[in-house]
Ligand binder design. Sequence first.
Ligand SMILES: NC(=O)c1ccc[n+]([C@@H]2O[C@H](COP(=O)([O-])OP(=O)(O)OC[C@H]3O[C@@H](n4cnc5c(N)ncnc54)[C@H](OP(=O)(O)O)[C@@H]3O)[C@@H](O)[C@H]2O)c1
Length: 259
Amino acid sequence: MSGAPSEIAVAPSAPARIIILGATSAIAEAAARLWAARGARLLLAGRNEARLNEIASDLKTRGAAEAIDWPLDCAGADASIELGKMVDRLGGLDILLLAYGVLGDQAELERDPAAAAKFIVTNFSSAAAWCLAAASVLEQQRAGTLLVIGSVAGDRGRRSNFIYGATKGGLAHLVEGIAHKLAPLGARAVIIKPGFVDTPMTAAIVNKGALWAKPEAIAASVVRAGEKGGPEVYAPTFWRGIMLIIRNLPSAIFNKINI
Ligand SMILES: NC(=O)c1ccc[n+]([C@@H]2O[C@H](COP(=O)([O-])OP(=O)(O)OC[C@H]3O[C@@H](n4cnc5c(N)ncnc54)[C@H](OP(=O)(O)O)[C@@H]3O)[C@@H](O)[C@H]2O)c1
């Protein structure tokens, strides 16, 4: 067949428009690198302006079509207004990754109600406001994905970190409900539950054993969750089995374990 094209031309798909809240987090940065390599357009929100700037420059060298630094205290912002500005800047939203969070010191938070209240605003109330704002955008678009980094600590309250765990457990329920609401519309929400991850958040923990993961491994789960799966992803996946056991341990046994 002379003159017939040997290849069918395929229109390149538009770069994914991705917003990252807490873009200076080690896990978020590793995920951003994976997205940059795919030519995404990234909007990076965080409160450390100098680090954001460095990360944005690095992501451009790694292939990002765009990397916009967006200095912001995510816990203090009006999520709905700020998200509107971000989405306008990108011209839509394909993925929002909520990564920011603080670990806190359980003993100190138990002693200081004001510190506990502030902690809960950072890890839960402000995050919930962002999730609701994002859900509203995705609902209108009838497309796109909300990714939220929770924690296995949210699966069962433990004496060593139940305030942190409560914030992450609350987020998990919220995201699960948003996922349920968005599913019939063609949009998605996923709560990603890492176990122990070697990042600045856990730098003070000295004995890191076999259960510890690198941020790059969690980032791979985050990026996969942006494509399919959910509404709940354990990272690494073996934590699903561990948490199944922990959640189902009878209190008589659980109360004797110092975790
Ligand atoms: N590391 C773990 O073992 C582990 C396990 C399970 C879940 N997680 C969760 O994973 C997420 C990422 O943590 P990570 O391990 O990557 O630790 P990380 O590198 O310490 O990241 C936490 C990030 O949150 C940012 N942040 C805190 N408050 C903020 C605010 N008000 N506005 C904007 N950014 C704020 C911090 O920015 P600054 O530099 O400005 O403080 C920091 O970049 C967190 O939600 C964490 O709870 C971590």
